[in-house]
Design a protein around this ligand. Structure first.
Ligand SMILES: [Zn+2]
Length: 262
């Protein structure tokens, strides 16, 4: 195992590189505030080709040694119509592929739903092949699409990953836990809803900043420092010490992501 004490938190999913949400001048402050709350690693999540490269460039510019900031490469299902160049990870490899998956939530009456679903599935499959090619874990975004998700994922048995921002029912949580070895991302959503809570051995903490700020910051802009509030909520919910929440969720993240491979 790892010769480590896991004595800090990890934000396994945030978007602080995104200029649409965070003024470039305050991004450094966000990192400082997170470090003060003992969140010592953050994964910047890509949502399309350009955004993934922005995550990479921000990580490289702020943290040359790659001890704090990591980035992922992915095309979000809602971006399936955008053209996507084949990424080249020869000189700079992401820590994961994501966020990728299926999202059937935002369809409206004008959409050609079979074509939308087919397009998303095609993109998702391409992203899984990319993960297989580079032997990378996957950060999944799945919304109202779990049946199709499981069907596709069972065709790729070597894939490992995390179902980010889980927001579905008990049945689908059970399916994740029993049919896959994926971790489940718990964030601020859980602090103000009645979502089922996965067992601690399968939880990764995440903020999804700027979205989904936890209680008591609900409705405000989320940031990595609030991992602390999510962890406090989880400690109460699972009747565990905050230290145990920290230790186990950080160990989980280390089992999924190769933080030490530069
Ligand atoms: Zn996200």
């Amino acid at each position: 195992m790892y010769n480590m004490s896991f004595d800090y938190f990890i934000d396994s999913h945030c978007h602080i590189h995104d200029k649409d949400f965070f003024d470039p001048n305050i991004r450094n402050t966000l990192i400082q505030r997170a470090l003060e709350k003992n969140i010592k690693k953050m994964i910047l999540i890509g949502t399309d080709h350009e955004d993934s490269l922005a995550a990479r460039d921000f990580a490289n510019s702020q943290d040359k040694k790659h001890e704090i900031l990591f980035w992922s490469y992915g095309v979000h299902p809602s971006e399936w119509k955008k053209n996507r160049p084949i990424p080249d990870f020869k000189t700079n490899k992401p820590i994961a592929i994501g966020e990728v998956g299926l999202d059937y939530h935002f369809f409206n009456d004008n959409d050609d739903i079979p074509a939308e679903k087919a397009g998303q599935k095609q993109l998702f499959t391409e992203m899984l092949c990319l993960a297989e090619k580079y032997d990378l874990p996957v950060i999944f975004h799945v919304r109202e699409a779990f049946d199709d998700f499981f069907e596709i994922i069972h065709e790729h048995p070597s894939i490992r990953g995390v179902v980010h921002s889980f927001s579905d029912n008990k049945k689908n949580l059970k399916r994740i836990l029993s049919e896959t070895n994926f971790y489940v991302g718990v964030n601020g959503l859980s602090t103000y809803s009645t979502l089922p809570t996965p067992p601690i051995e399968r939880i990764l903490l995440e903020t999804d900043a700027p979205f989904l700020a936890p209680v008591p910051f609900r409705g405000e802009t989320n940031e990595p420092a609030y991992i602390y509030n999510i962890a406090e909520w989880l400690a109460k919910k699972l009747k565990l010490d905050l230290k145990d929440i920290q230790k186990i969720t950080t160990k989980n993240a280390f089992e999924l992501f190769s933080f030490d491979k530069k």
